[in-house]
Design a protein around this ligand. Sequence first.
Ligand SMILES: C[S@@+](CC[C@H](N)C(=O)[O-])C[C@H]1O[C@@H](n2cnc3c(N)ncnc32)[C@H](O)[C@@H]1O
Length: 264
Amino acid sequence: MSYEPAWLALREGADAAARASDLLDPLRDALPPGEPLVIWDLGCGTGSLGRWLSGRLRGPQHWILHDHDPRLLDRARDNVYVTADGLPATIETRKGDIASLRASDLVGASLVTASALLDVLTAAEVEAIAAAAACPALLTLSVVGRVRLSPPNPLDAEIAAAFDAHQRRGGLLGPDAVTAATAAFGRRGAQVRTRPSPWRLGPAQAALTAEWLRGWVAAATEHRPGLGRAAEGYLRRRLAECAAGGLTVEIHHVDLLALPGGSV
Ligand SMILES: C[S@@+](CC[C@H](N)C(=O)[O-])C[C@H]1O[C@@H](n2cnc3c(N)ncnc32)[C@H](O)[C@@H]1O
């Protein structure tokens, strides 16, 4: 599956607002003091996570932006990250697939990060990250299969269930990603903390909400074609409510911080 830069740009503000900032202090405490940080962003897209995180960490930083999509890496390459002390970070991009990530790739890494990635991976790919990372890992914004729309609609639960089933297609983890990652890092002796990082979308985020609704209903219908006409009507009503400023949506995510045994 490929991701459109326009979609990643549309969600960036809501992602930034949702991120669990209370994981930053334990993360900073676990990073090597006085050394330049080498930070990997797995499934970096256009580099949204670095635009948020680089300015929240002190000291020299080198970012390795990793993705399997060369179109997104072309955009990621142009980022200008500035650290909390006002230093420009250095950036390189690497094309690669998580499935072939090895511990030897991550030698020298101070921090492994990812955003909106785990739920589109398989259990084996999440295992590959946990096996390769000997450093702290901050893995953010994984969906957990809980959405709440207000006002409610009788079709909400059916669409949500079909969407979750679509996310699990072909062995992808979807809403099971955080449980799988917690277990994968835990088995390797890491201390894992999780915090909620929900999108709370109201009238001010109408464009994002509308695009999310289109994608949510389309995925549900792809998984359950029988929803067809009912889903079309549902989407029309929801988009009208959204355009009129009468819809709020909570989409629940979880951020996960894994600290290797010995760093806590
Ligand atoms: C939902 S997007 C999130 C992008 C970015 N982290 C952000 O928050 O804007 C998921 C990203 O993971 C990348 N991706 C998905 N599966 C991957 C894999 N197996 N190996 C490498 N990159 C992958 C996609 O190309 C995409 O850039």
